[in-house]
Design a protein. Structure first.
Length: 144
C-alpha cells in the first residue's frame, strides 16, 4: 500500500508541476514543485493512508465518495491549522494580500488532494491496471 501511495504522490506532484509549467512557465513549475512535492509526501501520504483506513469497511461508490471527501477535508485543514498554531491572527485572514495567499494555498491544496485521490483510485481499479499493463507492454515492444 505504501508503494502505491508513493507512486500516487509522485504522479500527482508531477501533474501539479506540469499545470504550473503550462500556466506560468517551466521556472514557475519547478519553483512550486520544489516546495509542493515534500508537502505531498509528508502530509498527503499519511492523509491518504488515513482515508484508506477510515473507508476500509465501505464498498463501491460509497467508499470512493467518502474517500474523496476525506482527502478534500484534510486538504482544507492543511492551510488554516498551521497558521493557527503559528499564531497567525484570524482577523487578517481576509485582508487584501494575506487573504489572496490563503485562497491561493487553499486552491492548490484542494487541487493536489484531488489529483492524489484520482491517481490513487485509478491505481486501485483493476480495469485501469490491465489497460496500463497493456500500454506498458506495447511501449516495451517498441524497439528502436
Amino acid at each position: 500500500m505504501l508503494g502505491r501511495k508513493v507512486i500516487a504522490a509522485s504522479t500527482s506532484g508531477l501533474l501539479m508541476i506540469a499545470m504550473y509549467s503550462i500556466f506560468g512557465g517551466i521556472g514557475i513549475g519547478v519553483f512550486f514543485g520544489m516546495y509542493l512535492l515534500p508537502i505531498i509526501f509528508i502530509y498527503g501520504i499519511p492523509s491518504s493512508m488515513l482515508s484508506d483506513y477510515a473507508t476500509k469497511s465501505l464498498m463501491g461508490t460509497k467508499r470512493i465518495i467518502v474517500a474523496l471527501f476525506i482527502h478534500l477535508f484534510l486538504a482544507t485543514t492543511f492551510v488554516p491549522v498551521p497558521m493557527l498554531i503559528s499564531g497567525y491572527k484570524i482577523d487578517t485572514w481576509f485582508s487584501e494580500v494575506t487573504g489572496l495567499l490563503d485562497v491561493f494555498f487553499l486552491i492548490n491544496a484542494l487541487i493536489a488532494a484531488l489529483l492524489f485521490w484520482l491517481t490513487d483510485e485509478l491505481m486501485k481499479n483493476n480495469t485501469c491496471q490491465i489497460k496500463c499493463r497493456k500500454y506498458l507492454n506495447w511501449i516495451g515492444d517498441l524497439k528502436i
